[in-house]
Design a protein around this ligand. Structure first.
Ligand code: NAP
Length: 483
């Protein structure tokens, strides 16, 4: 099966923060790959913007360097890179001053879709949006893409929403959560809502619990001082894990439509039970494995910020009342894994002998590594040895489903093209973000007030012992990270 590429309409993508880390690592390489795939039409242009005084040629040099470093070798085709660079230009613009705005105004076209990508510090999202409106650059045909983090609590998220709303309508604002651009995440919706198989079982009657894990092997080195003000709850749970939980738990929307889907996600967030501290485990990695401790990397020897968190979350609605969702995320863990595990219940009665090797079914949705879905089912062990049962995976790795070893497109590729197409389905709406903060804020406040100390954990493990206990006390266990 070869993935289909449908070209988008002409556009001007104005990339604020074009000289920054995210632009180089993700945005420029993603645009290049879409160009290579033939998705960017003749009239598509990329205009880099930042304060650095670069001319077009100097910016194109940076574009070439980003492609050389972050695009895989088979996709680096010199003639295509030259043609892509022809589409790229640069204007020095200061979000906080007057430099560059007139030139930007004169460069962008009103007749095509104008996408303003804010890959800059969140503190300048508001001023940038205001400048775009004041200088008459933003119009009805404009779209605004904003990076995370979207606020640090409910109050700051509300303020940011209000600042953006003063210049852009909600239907023009695309709040990025790159997890939503993952092939597997969209497949979760396809599996649930395009098959009759799972949906009748997708409830507390048949599902024992759900586990959502986002484990990283890296520490916070390089961004320690930023991370130390945030922690795993703000950096990962409030956005990425919350989105995965919502897509797993939501009711079927009437149509695959941006607002209908986001309405359903919002209902899930509003149904989340308030979380007692007894259902939260926070951790902080210690020194080991040749790596410094969290506190050293964060340059804060008294830090109480968590680099790991595990939560047991309840959803008060008919579908999920007695099915807990266990979430965990952390840094310096043993393996880089992101997955959702739907753990089904045991059969109500077994007609086979006890201890016969059967296990309850589990559906695993893997975001990384090897994006795919696998379902564990119990079958008879082949051979004449009597009725012995074994558990086998029905594995659907997406890379295998694509012809010629095609890479699965990066989440940013899909999301940027969705912006140009005007499709907000995979972006967070303002009220969703606020509702997520409204749920996380009291939990953060509770441990801050208590001066709760995170539990230490050794690097290269699955987090602190206490996180294992969070499930053991319910007679459940986390899926092993290392399988
Ligand atoms: P960065 O490396 O610090 O880059 C910031 C960019 O903003 C630079 O291009 C800088 O260029 C520009 N800039 C700063 N002040 C400006 C001003 N007054 N006017 C115009 N441009 C200005 O940051 P980053 O890591 O790329 O992150 C960008 C955004 O993405 C942030 O919101 C971050 O939270 C988010 N994000 C980043 C990552 C990541 O992996 N890096 C991941 C997820 C989200 P000049 O100095 O030349 O102006």
């Amino acid at each position: 099966m070869v993935s289909r590429t449908i070209p988008v309409d002409d556009f001007d993508l104005i990339l604020f923060g074009a000289t920054g880390d995210l632009a180089k690592r993700k945005i420029i390489p993603s645009l290049y790959r879409r160009f290579l795939a033939g998705q960017m039409p003749e009239g598509a242009r990329v205009i880099g913007a930042a304060r650095s005084e670069l001319d077009d040629e100097a910016f194109r040099k940076e574009v070439r360097e980003a492609i050389a470093e972050f695009v895989s070798k088979p996709k680096r085709k010199p003639e295509v890179i030259d043609a892509f660079c022809e589409r790229c230009s640069y204007i020095a613009v200061d979000a906080m001053g007057d430099a560059g705005w007139k030139e930007l105004h004169d460069s962008v076209r009103d007749e095509v879709c104008k996408a303003f990508y804010f890959s800059v510090a969140p503190g300048i999202f508001g001023p940038l949006a205001k400048k775009l409106r004041e200088h008459g650059i933003a119009c009805e045909n404009s779209r605004l893409v904003v990076e995370k983090p979207f606020g640090t609590d409910l109050e700051t998220a509300r303020k940011l929403n209000a600042e953006l709303a003063a210049s852009f309508d909600e239907h023009q604002i695309y709040r990025i959560d790159h997890f939503l651009g993952k092939e597997t995440v969209q497949n979760l919706m396809a599996v649930r809502f395009a098959n009759v198989l799972f949906e009748p079982l997708w409830n507390e009657r048949y599902i024992d619990h759900v586990q959502i894990t986002v484990a990283e092997t890296v520490g916070v080195a390089g961004r320690g001082s930023y991370y130390d003000k945030s922690g795993a709850m703000r950096d990962m749970v409030q956005n990425h894990l919350m989105q995965l939980l919502c897509l797993t738990a939501m009711e079927p929307p009437n149509r695959y439509d941006a607002d209908m889907l986001r309405d359903e996600k919002l209902k899930v967030i509003r149904a989340l039970d308030p979380l007692p501290l007894s259902d939260v485990v926070r951790g902080q990695y210690k020194e080991g494995d040749g790596h410094p401790s969290y506190r050293e990397e964060a340059e804060n020897e008294d830090s109480l910020t968590e680099s790991f968190i595990a939560l047991k979350v309840g959803i008060s609605n008919w579908r999920w009342k007695h099915t807990p969702f266990y979430l965990r995320t952390g840094k310096r863990m043993s393996r880089r894994v992101s997955e959702i595990v739907i753990q089904f219940k045991e059969t109500p009665h077994s007609i086979f002998e006890r201890d016969n090797g059967s296990q309850a079914n589990a559906l695993t949705i893997r975001l990384q590594p090897d994006e795919g879905i696998d379902m564990s089912v119990t079958i008879k062990e082949p051979g004449p040895g009597g009725m012995r049962l074994i558990n086998v995976p029905l594995d659907m790795t997406f890379a295998d489903a694509l012809d010629g070893g095609d890479e699965i497109p990066d989440a940013y590729e899909r999301l940027i093209m969705d912006v140009i197409r005007g499709n907000q389905t995979l972006f967070m709406r303002g009220d969703e973000v606020e509702a997520a903060w409204a749920w996380t804020d009291p939990i953060i406040e509770a441990w801050t007030e208590k001066r709760d100390r995170p539990h230490g954990y050794a690097p290269g493990t699955s987090g602190p012992e206490e996180a294992l206990m969070l499930m053991h006390r319910d007679n459940r266990r986390w899926r092993d990270l290392d399988i």
